[in-house]
Design a binder for this molecule. Structure first.
Ligand code: KDG
Length: 314
């Protein structure tokens, strides 16, 4: 049985090793990025059985990515190749504080060709949970259709569905299309994990109450709103909203990947039978660990490291 299946575009990440504009930096470190692969790595380190649906190019970055995923014990049964298309890349600058700037090189990438025929063999009766984010449907019309196809199959099989909107406005042709598509995807989800500023765009309000109601009126039974330093708001159908405070961090190194760490904690909570409130504690913990590391996924903890961190810092 697969615990979690994820669909996403892995990217070769080039992180600047010097401060300054990306155009001025000459020294970069190569690693692996991609919101969903970050979540997959986090869950695999917590000993869950993971499969990753993706498509890479027949090129050195594609080869590097597949090897990196295998090293993280992520299943590659649904990894396919698109000969003639390239694997996507991303650059990220080094900042003293705030969010780093990123640049994408992913138009017409191998992943953008991922179609229904690449995923039709997946048997969802063998999958406990599918985690989807708002990035793949932004990549191309083909991937958008594939994501909806997967969600329908998952729904029919009774597989639990978690959704992190992960807004990437730069990848969409219009804001309206982004909002419409992501709210359509949310219709399938059991759990929705919006950031408060994302929800402001998707729902049109920063009121946690109204954001929660919007998604709970769809099919979700739980909405967890991420609110940076305020921590998270756990909104469960029929229960009062609970604010779960975040962990204090003395030095933020890099904010990218914090939301993915948060999702790891929520999914870990669900899969290990914790309450949603306790799942949010785990989520805040992993999110706070992530901001203390430069890479997108290097800091993701093992079970032992996570338990130690929570016990020491809570
Ligand atoms: O969540 C971290 C991601 O932003 C990063 O890994 C790259 O998935 C990515 C994307 O498409 O922006």
């Amino acid at each position: 049985m697969t615990d979690v299946i994820l669909i996403g575009e892995p990217l070769g990440l080039f992180t600047a090793q010097e401060y300054g504009d990306l155009k001025d930096v000459s020294l970069f470190k190569r690693s692996l990025a991609g919101a969903e692969v970050n979540v997959g790595i986090g869950l695999s380190r917590l000993n869950y059985d993971i499969q990753y649906i993706t498509k890479v190019g027949d090129d050195p970055i594609g080869e590097y990515i597949v090897e990196a995923i295998e090293k993280e014990n992520i299943g590659t049964r649904y990894v396919s190749y698109a000969p003639g298309s390239q694997t996507g890349l991303m650059m990220k600058n080094k900042v003293k504080d705030g969010d780093p700037k990123t640049a994408y090189f992913r138009k017409h990438s191998a992943f953008s060709t991922l179609s229904e025929s690449d995923v039709e063999a997946i048997d969802f009766s063998e999958v406990k949970l599918i985690h989807v984010t708002g990035i793949p449907p932004a990549v191309s019309e083909t991937v958008r259709t594939t994501v909806i196809y997967l969600l329908k199959k998952a729904r029919e099989a009774g597989t639990f569905i978690t959704f992190d909107p992960n807004l990437r406005p730069a990848l969409w042709s219009s804001k309206e299309q982004m909002i419409r598509t992501l709210n359509e995807i949310a219709d399938y989800a059991d759990v929705v994990l919006p950031g408060i500023s994302e929800a402001e765009i998707l729902v049109g309000t920063d009121s946690v109450d109204q954001i929660a109601q919007f998604y709970l009126d769809k099919r979700a039974s739980v909405v967890i709103v991420k609110s940076g330093e305020e921590g998270a708001f756990v909104c469960e159908k029929g229960n009062p909203i609970i604010n779960v405070k975040g962990f204090k961090v003395s030095k933020v190194i890099d904010t990218v990947g914090a939301g993915d760490g948060f999702a790891v904690g929520v999914l870990h909570g669900y899969l290990s039978g914790l309450s949603w409130e306790e799942a949010a504690v785990q989520a805040n913990a992993i999110g706070s660990i992530q901001v203390q590391h430069e890479g997108d996924n290097e800091g993701l903890p093992t079970l032992l490291e996570l338990d130690e961190y929570v016990n020491t810092n809570r």
